[in-house]
Design a protein around this ligand. Structure first.
Ligand code: NAP
Length: 320
């Protein structure tokens, strides 16, 4: 069912980077008459750029000023900045407001933010599972959330009406919405997003450190697989440092399982166990088929990249 971006009339976006900027642009495209989008970013340069490109209707001078009178407040800062930001706006929040966030880790954000939410204010953490390796106000685009999942992690005592309005809001931006427990979110995302980024960072670092292969050769002969990893490994270092520190337990558990599988693969290669390698690679193909059937990826070659190429030749739409 299509959602409504008119679930809220005054939306405050705190953090005007890729995600905050994309929400603002999505609202501009689909929003309703009378909707006012207020923005704030702690970074002067980001604020100036957002003003220059007209990302929001009103630019506030502080986070507190931005949230006053808003019916929806969206925290779009890096994960480890969420607690400080919530503390900053706490006194300016008033009953009936809905506060949400877009952080890639949910348990940590809940623990950081919830203590600063006054009674009567509805705090519902969220994570749009959509992003790119770009950051900053110029990286945003209105279609980012289309057909991508947004995961909401409402605490047990969440107000039904506030949850329904927030669900409508995300659906209005084109997103599909589902709810789950914050800890389960963090475990699922550790394998679908966080470990893949860790592997990408590590693979690119390994290529850099290999003594027998020069950096020139790595660049010159970079095959499709390696190029894909370099794109992921160019993601924002602040965001990813925060993700790994904030989702430490789930990431360590998933990393342990990954290392065990890697050890099995290494043994199979050493022992010439082709059957094991073939079976494992075959199972991986089934997972990819499932992702395509679920409409989250194209079956086109080159990982479905061509239809979504940006001006710089990079894929504009990847999950994070
Ligand atoms: P981004 O492009 O770097 O934008 C974040 C902006 O927030 C930056 O301008 C940052 O300024 C600013 N900021 C930092 N602390 C702040 C504060 N206390 N108050 C107001 N603004 C503050 O990052 P992003 O990619 O949009 O990510 C934002 C959030 O979305 C993160 O929590 C991330 O986990 C989540 N997320 C990201 C993706 C993705 O693919 N990128 C996908 C889904 C969710 P500074 O540069 O000075 O820090």
């Amino acid at each position: 069912m299509p959602g409504k971006t008119n679930a809220f009339d005054r939306v405050a976006i705190l953090g005007l980077g890729l995600i905050g900027g994309s929400i603002a642009l999505g609202l501009r495209r689909k929003g309703h008459a009378g909707l006012v989008v207020v923005g704030y970013d702690s970074d002067d340069a980001a604020r100036a750029t957002a003003g220059e490109i007209g990302l929001v209707d009103e630019m506030a001078a502080s986070a507190s000023a931005a949230v006053a009178g808003a019916d929806l407040v969206i925290l779009c800062a890096p994960v480890r900045a969420m607690g400080g930001l919530a503390e900053e706006i706490s006194a300016a929040l008033s009953p009936g407001q809905v506060v949400t966030d877009v952080g890639s880790v949910k348990g940590s954000v809940l623990a950081q933010v919830a203590p600063h939410i006054p009674g009567g204010v509805h705090f519902i953490p969220g994570h749009p599972v959509a992003g790119t390796e770009q950051s900053g106000p110029r990286a945003g685009f209105a279609e980012l959330f289309e057909d991508r999942w947004t995961i909401l992690t409402p605490p047990g005592d969440t107000d039904d009406e506030a949850l329904a309005r927030l669900t409508d809001f995300w659906q209005g931006l084109g997103s599909r919405v589902t709810c789950m427990d914050a800890d389960h979110h963090d475990m699922v995302l550790s394998i679908t997003s966080h470990i893949p980024h860790l592997i990408a960072y590590n693979l690119v670092a390994t290529a850099h450190d290999l003594e027998q292969v020069s950096e020139k050769e790595v660049i010159k002969f970079s095959a499709g697989g390696f190029r894909d990893f370099t794109r992921i490994a160019s993601s924002d270092p602040t965001m990813w440092r925060d993700v790994f520190l904030a989702n430490r337990d789930a990431v360590l558990e998933t990393l342990g399982a990954f290392i065990e599988e890697m050890t099995i693969l290494r043994r199979a290669i050493r022992q010439g166990d082709g059957d094991l390698l073939f079976d494992l690679f075959n199972r991986a193909r089934d997972i990819r088929r499932g992702i395509i059937e679920a409409g989250q990826e194209s079956a086109a070659p080159d990982f479905g990249r061509h239809p979504e190429l940006g001006e710089d030749g990079e894929n504009k739409k990847e999950s994070s």
